[in-house]
Design a protein around this ligand. Sequence first.
Ligand code: SIN
Ligand code: FE
Length: 334
Amino acid sequence: MAKVEESSKNFSLKEYPFPTEEIPRLSINNPETDRRIAAGLPVVIEDSRLVQSALHWDLDYLQENIGDGKFTVYKSKNKRFQYFDDKKIDSNKNFQKPMEHLDLTFPEFVNKLKTAKPGKDRVYLQQALNEGVGKRIVADFLGFNWSWVTEQQKKNKFGPLTSNLLLIGMEGNVTPAHYDEQENFFTQIRGYKRFILFHPDRQSQFKCMYPYPTYHPCDRQNQVDFDNPDYKKFPKFKDAKGYETVVGPGDILYLPMYWWHHVESLPDYGHTISVTFWYKAGPIGNIVYPLTPQQKVSMMRNIEKMIHQALNDPDEVPEFMQNMVLGRYTEPPA
Ligand code: SIN
Ligand code: FE
């Protein structure tokens, strides 16, 4: 177990078979913070006060004030909460859902969270904050440091804010490695989360990650199980090199678009509370060469989707793709 000291906390962290470097933790006033965001590089910002008005949130307060609608809660038989797209299930007949989607009231969720037994089902609430929340939550939400975050959005030419996802996880929950097609200011409110990131660079890190095909319900998710990597199937995972950090209450992690991320809820209060600020990519503008790693990933996705659409049969795709490259764009066999 590796030790990471963060805000005087001492966590025993699981060791994985790849090296990692620390993501810099900087002040909001450090010019390097803005430089990193502008360059699309992750950074932890420790004093932004972005969600200061929500730092008092706990399960009791949320239960009283969040409203009586239904909330999206995932249930998993193990610690992994691997996202999947319901809309892509029909074309993948053998697909086994990695977790179950429940719609629960907040008290139903809290009850499940509090009565969960070690080794049994786990739950993870993942719900966009919307108009259904009560007045006090609205006031807390309006008290977020919108001027800073909106200034960042403008300066860095992000597109519109799409959602603020509220995440309430049990300690030990893991969101396996995946990338999102949005910029994210990830804010931590309660408890601690460990993030392990990988660069989207096609030459170095993207080839070490093995995303599911774009038509698969687990599109954008890595197929490699970090706890038990299958190096026969995924040999380049041996070359993976990550970046990591632990975020605690009040911290922001700027999580740039297309960066792979694996997230663990660490033990502290027994649960973690976080809120994302997700922004669409901005307009592309003039193309400048060389293309960025992000633009290349996006291009790969578009080409893959086009081939799927044109062939109209996922089973034909592997051979078609191989015929395109084998012996022409691959090394000759030794
Ligand atoms: C998590 O906090 O568990 C996941 C957040 C994300 O994937 O963006
Ligand atoms: Fe994500």
